[in-house]
Write a protein that binds this ligand. Structure first.
Ligand SMILES: [Cu+2]
Length: 150
């Protein structure tokens, strides 16, 4: 009986511990927009230069493979809901562009040659989107990735 009681106490303590963690993480995920914004800004802030400071949204930067491979330097992007802009640098000898597509959105940037920048911008709600190079054959060749909007 004593052992049982001990076990119960230990279990209760463990549960209490878990419960505390749970409510904390729940509070974080459902917290104020300010807190969420701060958390996301940490990942995007370094490259966006503070462009995402007001009204949500995010400025994202990617680049085509400089060696001419059919890929971007990133295959996963994350942004806050709002006006999301993807700017793609093209350091390769092939023409490339960037397009955002998904959930009824389709925004295609200009196709640019070496040294150019292709920009696609759209007002995005939370969800999963695709970004890819719309130059024929390039998406199929691997020039594609996932954009997650939170
Ligand atoms: Cu391309």
């Amino acid at each position: 009986m004593r052992r049982l009681t001990l076990l119960v106490v230990v279990a209760a303590l463990a549960l209490a511990g878990c419960g505390g963690d749970d409510s904390e993480s729940t509070a974080q995920s459902t917290s104020t927009p300010t807190e969420t914004a701060t958390a996301t800004a940490d990942t995007g802030g370094a490259s966006s230069g503070g462009g995402a400071s007001s009204g949500g949204g995010e400025d994202l930067k990617i680049a085509a493979d400089p060696g001419g491979a059919l890929k971007f330097d990133k295959s996963d992007l994350t942004a806050k809901a709002g006006k999301v802009t993807i700017t793609m640098d093209n350091p390769s000898d092939l023409p490339h562009a960037v397009e955002i597509e998904g959930n009824g959105v389709e925004e295609e940037g200009e196709t640019v040659n070496k040294g150019g920048k292709s920009v696609a911008s759209a007002d995005l709600k939370p969800g999963k989107y695709e970004f890819y190079c719309p130059v024929p054959g390039h998406k199929a060749g691997g020039m594609t990735g996932t954009l997650t909007v939170q």
